[in-house]
Design a protein around this ligand. Structure first.
Ligand code: FAD
Length: 385
């Protein structure tokens, strides 16, 4: 099911054109890229060329001037490529490292980073997490100190998606030690500046064709003009806003990937025979799949309803966290059911269902863990202070 009241004929046409891109330019190569542990930069370049990276950004900066739903249709449909790594890495570009830049950045920054990110010429990354601070963003220790017309950066960032290939980072640093969230400031940092080193490419359970890096900063001089916003100390509120886009894109990723693995499993269950009949003809298997489809429909309804609210001008933080968390949990339960239905073949790395199972696990951790989503929901609903 792909239709919903928020989607127009234009959205459906976009969905079909993303699906063509996925079927012809991504899916045939995904096994090879997953095996190599890296997908080519060309995926960003082609996505930009086809206009997919700026669907919701203003035309003035090279975008299409469309709505949020368009950009999420793109991310959801990417989930049909056969891995989670590409939708995640591309969503970093469209919904994680660029929203604050587009909303709060100067025209200088938009020209220099947003426009080439939309065209696919520059690849971006979002650098918030540190070795000792993930969920607690206000607890970051990377320090930026003003020195003349530059900020001097020292510290390190952990788990940075696109980190080994990014041209720029949207990075959070502490500009007022001890001030926690009051001192968080966002910068756009060119990765070729002196003092930046990619300390290691991390070896992960899943999302294997995306690159994930630890990045060190030693006396890196970032021009003052690369601060996002008018003053230091605004980064936490900018991030609180930007993270809503990141979380909605997380929900969209979960829906697309879950839909793909469910369709593949239904096909398998209908053609795989045991005891003289298709395994789908066992009521227990049919009901497992019916339950999975039901849960996916519920996750989709919640996510689409939340996107609709945002498009009505609401800022539904609790619902965004619910959609992100619920879609990720449904994706995980569904992937586990699917793997079970594939039996022993589901346990082989060569069978995409095992990749779907591994990739799904990150969705309950990245962009805010399930527990942090519950914290947000509990506070917003007045359950706790
Ligand atoms: C493959 C991958 C890609 C990633 N990409 C990026 C990226 O591009 N950029 C980036 O900045 N980060 C990225 N991350 C980091 C990710 O966002 C963090 O891992 C995540 O936010 C959790 O932070 P943490 O790992 O430090 O866990 P911690 O914050 O240490 O949490 C550990 C556990 O404690 C729980 N916990 C923490 N606080 C509370 C609380 N108050 N109440 C209840 N439970 C709590 C958490 O839910 C979790 O279960 C990525 C991570 C991975 C694995």
């Amino acid at each position: 099911m792909t239709t919903h009241a928020i989607f127009t004929d234009e959205h459906e046409a976009l969905r079909a054109s993303v699906r063509r891109f996925v079927d012809t330019e991504l899916r045939p190569f995904v096994d090879e890229w997953e095996e190599a542990g890296f997908f080519p930069d060309e995926v960003f370049h082609r996505s930009g060329e086809l206009g997919f990276l700026g669907l919701h950004y203003p035309e003035a900066w090279g975008g299409s001037g469309g709505d949020l739903a368009s950009s999420l249709v793109f991310i959801e449909e990417l989930g049909h490529c056969g891995c989670g790594a590409i939708p995640m890495a591309v969503a970093v570009q469209t919904h994680m490292c660029t929203p604050a830049l587009a909303e709060f950045g100067s025209d200088f920054l938009r020209e220099r980073y947003l426009r080439p990110a939309i065209s696919g010429e520059k690849i971006g990354a979002i650098a918030l997490t540190e070795p000792d601070a993930g969920s607690d963003v206000a607890g970051i220790a990377t320090r930026a100190t003003l020195d003349g017309d530059s900020w001097v950066l020292n510290g390190s960032k952990m788990f940075i998606t696109n980190g080994t290939r990014a041209h720029f980072l949207t990075l959070a640093a502490q500009t007022e030690p001890g001030a926690r969230h009051h001192g968080v400031t966002l910068f756009v940092v060119d990765t070729d500046l002196a003092g930046i080193s990619i300390s290691r490419k991390l070896d992960k359970l899943g999302m294997r064709s995306s690159d994930t890096a630890e990045i060190r900063f030693e006396d890196v001089r970032v021009p003052a003009a690369n601060l996002i916003g008018d003053d230091p100390g605004q980064g936490f509120s900018q991030l609180s806003w930007q993270l809503q886009y990141e979380r909605l894109s997380g929900a969209a990723q979960s829906l697309g990937q879950a839909d793909e693995v469910l369709a593949r499993t239904i096909e398998y269950a209908r053609q795989r025979h045991a005891f003289g009949r298709a395994i789908a003809d066992n009521q227990v298997i049919a009901h497992m799949l019916a339950d999975a489809a039901t849960e996916l429909a519920a996750a989709r309804a919640l996510t689409y309803d939340t996107i609709w609210r945002v498009q009505q001008g609401q800022f539904p933080v609790a619902e965004i966290s619910m959609a992100k968390k619920y879609a990720a949990q449904v994706q995980n339960r569904l992937a586990d059911t699917c793997l079970q239905i594939f039996g022993g073949y589901g346990y082989l790395n060569e069978e995409p269902v095992s990749r779907a199972w591994r990739d799904a696990r990150l969705q309950r951790i990245g962009a805010g863990t399930d527990e942090i989503m519950n914290e947000v929901i509990a506070k917003r609903l007045g359950i706790r202070s």
